[in-house]
Structure formats: C-alpha cells, structure tokens
Ligand binder design. Structure first.
Ligand SMILES: [Zn+2]
Length: 254
C-alpha cells in the first residue's frame, strides 16, 4: 500500500506524542519536528506519484505540486537567413530568392507546430544558438537551385546528421520526414544527396543527442509553383514529418 497524504490522520498522533512525553521537552521537540517533517514531506510531491494520488491532480486543486509535463522542443533553421540569399531565380522566373521561400515555409511550420503544443526556435543559418542546441529535433529548411535541369530538376532531398549519438532516433526522424513530406506534397524523393548536405555545418554544432536533418523542399525551377504559391502545403508536410517523429507514429513501408 502506498503512502497517501492525509494531514488529518497525522495530527492526533503528534498531539498524543506531545501529551505522553510531556515534560521531556527535548524528546517532545524531536517528535514535533519529526511529525512536522513527515507531514510536510508529501506536500512537496516527492515520491508520491502512485496512481491513487494522481486523481487529486486532475480536479485542479493541486496544480502547483504537479510534475511539469515535458514540452517538446524543435529547432527550425531558416536556410541562409542572416547570411546570404541562397539560390536566386532570374526575373523571367519571378526573381524569387531562396531565403524568402525558406523563411515563409519555416515560419508557417513554426505556427503549425506551436498549434500542436510544440515549442519552436526559429534559427538563422549561423545562429549562435546552434552551438550545443539541445532539442527533440532540429530541421534545416532549404530549397534547391532555380537552374533548369531537364528531367531530374524536381523532387525533395533529406540528409541526416550521421554522427548523432542516437542513430535510431535520427533514422526515424529521417524516415518520418521522407514519408510524410512526400505524401503531403506529392514530390518524388531525390536520392542525389550532395556532400554539402551530409556535411552540413549545423550537424557538427548541435548537441549530438539532438537528431538533425536538412531538407531541400523542392527545386525553385520546376517545383516553383508549389514552393511559392502553396508554401502552406510544404509547411504542412514538414510539420507532419516532425509530428510523426515526435508522436512515434507508424510509417507504412511502400
Ligand atoms: Zn540553401
């Protein structure tokens, strides 16, 4: 049987002790202190997490002593933000700058994640907070070149930090992102991962326990309609990938 906090139960006992030991001041004092300590202990909440104790917390009377619910924390790097503009489309193709596309997508993703109760840090490309960044996940958001590439100039790419101390989590984040982003946007997965993705600078900066990936959300040339006209769909896809990871959702293997 677990110990439950009931202040009324302890009081008669300590009164009785005081009566019995009347005159033995020192002993009585010890008894009072002991009784006080014993009565006070459960109020701190230490060690009283039995299922029997928990219903008390749900009626709103004991909110102050609850153990805080762990808040999920995700970092989103806005590719190139605070550094350069990234890829650029010629004026004939709208003059889009990669950094603006990345920012719009990342900021929408931030809003969608926050709506799911996730705390989000929006980070610059070389943000000082990247050093030792400790979160449940870090996702860097970029977009691919606006050059016209016949046939293969469409699709998204994802690379993970290979030196992660939690390779299973990193692999699952990667799998979730691939699956959910592909499903949401309908873009094909582009396997041509470049060294500047695998050796992405932030991978060696964040805490090695933080699973990290970089995503190229699409090509600014052939996927331009999606990236610039429908950034909310892109952000929904990224959000779904992150939530899949955080919620440990199943990924159907097709
Ligand atoms: Zn980029």
């Amino acid at each position: 049987m677990k110990i439950q906090y009931d202040p009324n139960e302890k009081q008669p006992q300590s009164r009785l002790l005081k009566k019995t030991l009347k005159g033995l001041l020192n002993v009585s004092l010890v008894a009072v202190i002991t009784a006080t300590l014993f009565t006070a202990l459960p109020a701190t909440g230490i060690g009283f997490k039995s299922p029997l104790f928990q219903p008390v917390q749900t009626n709103g009377e004991n909110l102050g002593s609850e153990t805080p619910v762990a808040t999920l924390h995700v970092g989103l790097v806005v590719g190139h933000w605070g550094h350069d503009v990234g890829a650029i489309c010629p004026d004939s193709l709208g003059g889009y700058r990669e950094v603006d596309i990345n920012y719009t997508i990342a900021d929408l993703t931030r809003q969608y994640l926050q709506a799911e109760g996730v705390e989000v840090d929006l980070l610059k490309e070389f943000d000082e907070h990247l050093k030792g960044y400790d979160g449940d996940a870090l996702i860097s958001i970029h977009a691919d070149t606006c050059e016209y590439i016949p046939e293969l100039g469409t699709g998204f790419k994802i690379a993970e930090a290979v030196d992660n101390k939690r390779p299973e989590q990193a692999a699952r984040l990667m799998a979730c992102m691939k699956n959910r982003y592909g499903n949401a946007t309908g873009l094909r997965y582009d396997h041509r991962i470049t060294p500047d993705m695998t050796s992405y600078h932030a991978f060696s900066e964040v805490d090695p326990n933080t699973p990290a990936v970089i995503i190229e959300t699409g090509y600014m040339n052939q996927d331009r309609e999606l990236l610039t006209k429908n950034p909310s769909l892109v952000a929904r896809g990224i959000t779904a990938g992150i939530m899949c990871y955080l919620n440990r959702e199943e990924i159907s293997t097709e």
